[in-house]
Design a binder for this molecule. Structure first.
Ligand SMILES: [Fe+2]
Ligand SMILES: [Fe+2]
Length: 378
């Protein structure tokens, strides 16, 4: 005999509880990620935040199918709020990660496993498929970490209370790097401006020594890009859910790019993360803008212009027979297309849906930049 399963309302209540845990995990992981110094953990956070955002999208869809509000399915019970508050009130990245990975994620895994054991696999096959996918990923996130005894899925949802507010961390001063990485005002002095201009003047790094410095600087730039997207999402909980999914995807893409450069340095170039200094002046110049300005200048300008350079670099390196290095640029270029698109999509959204107003704004803000894309005043 197959299990009797949950009725539709109890089923939706369970998904509502997962909604709250994942919503807060996405929001807070984005907030703390730039303040996690370890490159390996930073990578994992970029990866997990993207998994969590996609999981939440699917859960929202299931809530809708179960005829429950998918934008905000009622507030969490005091017992769940207690767990969420422990995450929200953390005062360091370390403290947040401890609660997230030894309580919140294990609580999700435990509740989803119980859910899977209890549901009717025929009447509720959509939940079976969905939870099977999500729980496996969550288990991978928490492999070496704690377990959780209570079933948070069974907690009631409060229908007639104010929506739960998401805590926003104070603005970033600058992101953190592993302590073996030297951070200086101007970054790596080896990196010259002709590496970053478009057009005939552009210099493609072809010698080993210049490639070492170039990819090291690029790895740091990818991390900064991931951190900027993380903060765009974290600092703007009022934006539509799809915005957060796009930011989470780009966050993951950028840490994947950083990983690609990390491996290229180790395997092909004979250098490693931390061999040269890095600097945050470009990051800070973009971070100082509001969301619209960041989208115009980072996604709409920096990434848009980088596309030309990536394809130029690829072509030059292919001609020299440096296939491995050239292929890196092929993938960077491919991923840049949706990143530029994120600027158009959400910049236009912020301007009342007008793509034209966004293009005008990009033009206006670009006028303040020098030919490498850095603010002319800096
Ligand atoms: Fe990138
Ligand atoms: Fe990008």
């Amino acid at each position: 005999m197959r299990p009797l399963g949950y009725d539709v309302d109890d089923n939706a209540t369970r998904f509502s509880n997962y909604f709250h845990v994942l919503r807060e995990l996405v929001h807070l992981t984005n907030g703390w990620m730039p303040l996690e110094p370890s490159w390996e953990r930073k990578y994992a956070l970029g990866d997990h935040v993207h998994d969590d955002a996609r999981a939440l999208t699917k859960i929202k869809r299931r809530l809708y199918e179960l005829r429950h509000p998918s934008e905000y399915p009622g507030s969490p019970s005091p017992a769940l709020a207690e767990l969420l508050d422990r995450m929200a009130n953390a005062t360091s990245a370390q403290e947040y990660l401890t609660v997230a990975y030894t309580s919140a994620k294990p609580a999700l895994v435990r509740a989803m496993r119980l859910h899977l054991d209890t549901l009717d696999p025929v009447a509720d096959e959509p939940s079976l498929r969905l939870l099977t996918q999500i729980v496996e990923r969550q288990e991978r996130h928490t492999e070496r970490h704690g377990r959780f005894d209570a079933d948070i899925g069974a907690l009631p949802v409060q229908l007639r209370t104010e929506p739960r507010e998401l805590r926003i961390l104070s603005p970033l001063d600058e992101p953190l790097r592993d302590d073996f990485v030297e951070v200086t005002e101007s970054g790596d002095p080896y990196l010259s401006r002709d590496l970053y201009v478009n057009g005939a003047e552009n210099h493609v790094p072809v010698e080993r020594e210049e490639q070492q410095h170039f990819f090291h600087g690029l790895m740091d730039a990818e991390l900064s890009a991931a951190e900027l997207m993380a903060r765009n999402s974290h600092e703007h909980p009022e934006m539509p859910w799809d915005f957060h999914v796009d930011m989470a995807r780009q966050n993951w893409d950028e840490v994947r790019h950083a990983r690609l450069h990390d491996l290229l340095m180790k395997d092909e170039l004979g250098c490693a993360w931390g061999d040269f200094p890095v600097g945050f002046s470009y990051f800070k110049s973009i971070y100082a803008y509001d969301l619209l300005g960041r989208l115009c200048l980072f996604n709409g300008t920096s990434e848009q212009r980088a596309m030309w350079r990536h394809s130029h670099r690829r072509k030059t390196l292919m001609e020299l027979g440096q296939e491995r290095v050239a292929l890196v640029f092929d993938y960077l270029l491919a991923d840049e297309v949706p990143h530029v698109r994120n600027g158009v999509r959400w910049g236009s959204y912020l301007l009342g849906g007008s793509e034209r107003a966004y293009r005008d704004k990009v033009r206006e803000l670009r006028a303040e930049l020098d030919e490498t894309g850095a603010p002319a005043s800096a």
